[in-house]
Design a protein around this ligand. Structure first.
Ligand SMILES: [Zn+2]
Length: 265
């Protein structure tokens, strides 16, 4: 499953090359998944340079100097990569943006969730999830105080439910939600209403720490023996106390935690 740090890594892999370069041709491979009118693409994308690439939660927004943007919804398993035009595209490729120099940006998604939309300016009307997207967890606006305040508005939610609620905080997925709960030392099914402001601020601290580390040092973070992420399985052992990791289902997602290290408040 794609999570926010994975999306950051994807952007890092093409942003340096693509920014400032002009798209020569747009090729739509899957018309069902791609909400891009050919005439509009010819007018506002082809022949225009990429101005900037932004991430909003798990969306990637490629902005063009024409003032129009392509919005990629990564869903559960979407992927954007820079590839030579001579390499045949994968079967699940949805759209290709070609550069004159022989390379192209490819968006693929094996599942049904990956989508692409062409929008004018910042008009995300109709892109429901993007329109209603909550605060970005890596934004400076998410201070401990802001987090505690946002959380306090959802007293009946569980801690994991809060972390996964994209309209409150955008971009945290299942595995990192469990990791944040583990490192902060709280049970994922902990009710928000029972937590103090100090405890909620502690969650924010670990939320930022986990996501920053996973974004900046993805390999190191995933290889860290102290992270729960490597022990998410039946019979897995807690990296702190070596006790058994417990598996359960919360908000419809497979959830792992250590009942010894993660206590109810
Ligand atoms: Zn433990």
């Amino acid at each position: 499953m794609i999570e926010l740090p994975d999306v950051e890594r994807m952007i890092d892999n093409f942003v340096g090359y693509a920014t400032g370069k002009t798209i020569s041709e747009v090729l739509v491979d899957d018309e069902e998944a791609v909400d891009v009118d050919e005439d509009l693409a010819a007018e506002h994308i082809e022949g225009h340079a990429i101005e900037d690439v932004q991430r909003h939660g798990k969306y990637i927004v490629v902005e063009f100097r024409s003032g129009w943007s392509l919005v990629f919804h990564m869903g559960e398993d979407g992927h954007i990569e820079l590839e030579s035009q001579t390499v045949p595209p994968l079967e699940d490729t949805k759209i290709r943006l070609q550069f004159a120099a022989g390379r192209e940006l490819r968006f693929s998604s094996p599942g049904k969730q990956g989508e692409v939309h062409l929008v004018e300016g910042e008009d995300f009307t109709g892109l429901e999830t993007l329109e209603d997207l909550g605060i970005d967890p890596l934004s400076e606006d998410l201070t401990p105080e802001t987090f505690a305040e946002l959380a306090a508005g959802h007293p009946r939610s569980t801690l994991k439910g809060l972390l996964l609620n994209q309209s409150i905080i955008a971009g945290i997925g299942n595995e990192y939600a469990d990791e944040i709960c583990f490192q902060a030392g709280y049970r994922p099914d902990q009710k928000i209403g029972e937590m103090s402001e100090r405890q909620l601020k502690r969650v924010q601290k670990y939320l930022t720490r986990v996501l920053r580390r996973a974004t900046l040092h993805w390999e190191a973070a995933h290889a860290d023996p102290g992270w729960l992420i490597n022990h998410r399985e039946e019979g897995g052992r807690c990296p702190r106390c070596s006790g058994p990791v417990e598996g359960t289902t919360l908000v419809g997602k497979k959830t792992y935690f250590c009942p010894r290290c993660q206590r109810a408040v």
